[in-house]
Design a protein around this ligand. Structure first.
Ligand code: NDP
Ligand code: PMR
Length: 396
């Protein structure tokens, strides 16, 4: 199977096969890359390890008084923790849905599924077998700043506490020839994956601060492909925010480029750039707020979940070959279920409370603190991205 998949992966790229020379990939546009010797070596080793009334908009926003985290005493006199409330964006499929399921099954969490397609989310929740008391679907379209503000308003009206926020939703537009834009005129991938989440997280920070839950967390999902210190991050086009001139110009493709670095539009690069913004934003939150608020800020690479809807815009051949390629060649593949368990750990594990960390998992599925690339850990760039993002979402 490994060889079948390898034969189908076209690029100028060779991988040493154990004791049998090398398997080579011929050039074409599918996984189209040419990798340096350094990267090839990496591939075979480390990278592979490597408080009001609910509004109409708040659909099923159940009300619940903000009660202290330790609520009930059992007959034996032991105090029990109230259910935590976690908001997960993009919980209608893939990683977000699998995490929702993993947390709901513990019975310890109420999950607010913050989704752009209400019916899809309800159907997904039902087919995942979630019980109604464990989740609420609320509408959120991250590609519209008005929708983000409306969601926050609706959430506050529900009077639920906010214990954990997970910024998970994303779009990936690798085959787009021209940029498309959010309601506010930002290139769609950075607008949705970064700017929508940036506004959401900023507006919900006070709610997180007010939580009396033992561990309150803000998690922003990152990825290996935004990190150029890995093999995956060296597959062209590489993430690179440059001097942020396109972001400073508004990412609108009119008076500025639609790309953060000011270059020509490339959908795959825009996604990877958005993931760099996600990881930089998590660290900037940590620097600005961790000490004063006690909130844990974290990011993660959950593994390559090659079967999710993220690849829906890719060509059919890619969607066919990508899962076996990741399963048998890179061995970076994880199932949706496993990825959901990983993100659920970052939400709820008492051992994962360290702030400012980018979590990854090794091949035995044990979590570890991973190293971010130089750009994805550049504090100066993080501050600049923060300040420009504030302007774009009209917080400054
Ligand atoms: P999916 O496409 O399955 O999930 C993405 C979710 O985001 C969907 O629920 C989608 O909603 C939602 N979404 C998209 N646009 C918007 C919007 N404008 N407003 C609200 N929600 C929106 O992909 P994954 O589960 O793979 O991706 C989840 C996260 O994991 C992303 O942050 C991605 O970058 C990250 N990731 C994924 C990897 C992978 O290998 N798949 C690897 C590393 C990181 P809808 O259902 O309506 O389309
Ligand atoms: Mg990549 C250890 C090797 C590894 C891992 C873990 C990933 C993850 N990828 C690896 C290697 C390679 N990939 C190699 C050697 C190639 C060239 C053949 C390759 C190609 C490739 C493509 C074309 N990989 C991709 C694409 C995509 O379109 C995906 C992408 O970049 O989306 C932004 C992707 C991914 N590889 C991954 C992961 C996790 C992705 C999914 C995207 C993400 O970051 O969320």
């Amino acid at each position: 199977m490994a060889m079948q998949a390898a034969a189908l992966v076209p690029s100028a790229f060779s991988i040493p096969k154990e004791g049998k020379g090398s398997a080579s990939f011929k050039e074409s546009g599918l996984f189209g890359v040419s990798l340096s010797d350094h990267v090839k070596a990496d591939f075979s080793s480390s990278a592979l390890r490597n408080k009001r009334k609910p509004s109409v908009g708040a659909i099923r926003a159940q009300t619940a008084a903000t009660t202290p985290a330790i609520t009930r005493a059992t007959p034996e006199g032991k105090k029990t923790l109230r259910k935590g409330t976690v908001v997960i964006t993009g919980a209608s499929s893939g990683l977000g849905l699998a995490t929702t399921k993993a947390l709901a099954e513990t019975g310890k969490w109420h999950i607010i599924m913050a989704c752009r397609d209400f019916l899809k989310a309800e159907r997904a929740a039902r087919s995942a077998g979630l019980s109604k008391e464990n989740y609420t679907v609320m509408h959120l379209d991250l590609a519209s700043l008005d929708s983000v503000r409306q969601f926050v308003d609706n959430f506050k009206r529900s009077e639920r506490p906010l214990d954990v926020l997970v910024c998970n939703a994303a779009v990936y537009l690798p085959t787009a020839k021209e940029p498309t834009f959010t309601a506010d005129g930002f290139e769609l991938s950075v607008g949705t994956n970064h700017l929508g989440h940036f506004l959401l997280a900023r507006l919900l920070l006070d709610d997180l601060k007010q939580s009396d839950y033992p561990s309150k967390r803000l998690i922003i999902v990152g990825s290996i492909t935004g990190n150029t210190n890995t093999l995956a991050g060296n597959v062209p086009p590489k993430a690179n925010l440059g001097d942020l001139r396109g972001m400073a110009g508004g990412l609108n493709g009119l008076n500025s480029s639609a790309m953060i670095d000011g270059g020509a539009f490339d959908g795959a690069k825009a996604y990877k750039d958005s993931k760099v913004c996600n990881m930089l934003t998590m660290q900037e939150f940590h620097r600005r707020y961790h000490e004063d608020t006690g909130i844990t800020f974290a990011s993660l690479y959950p593994g390559c979940i090659a079967t999710t809807g993220l690849f829906r815009e890719h060509i059919p051949l890619f969607r066919l070959l990508f899962p076996p390629f990741q399963k048998f060649i890179t061995k970076g593949y994880v199932s949706e279920e496993e990825s959901g368990k990983r993100l659920a750990q970052v939400v709820s594990e008492p051992s994962l409370t360290k702030s400012g960390v980018y979590w990854s998992w090794n091949k035995n599925s044990a979590s570890f603190e991973n190293q971010l690339s130089q750009e994805a850990s550049d504090a100066d760039k993080a501050r600049k991205v923060w300040e420009l993002s504030e302007k774009l979402v009209r917080l400054a």
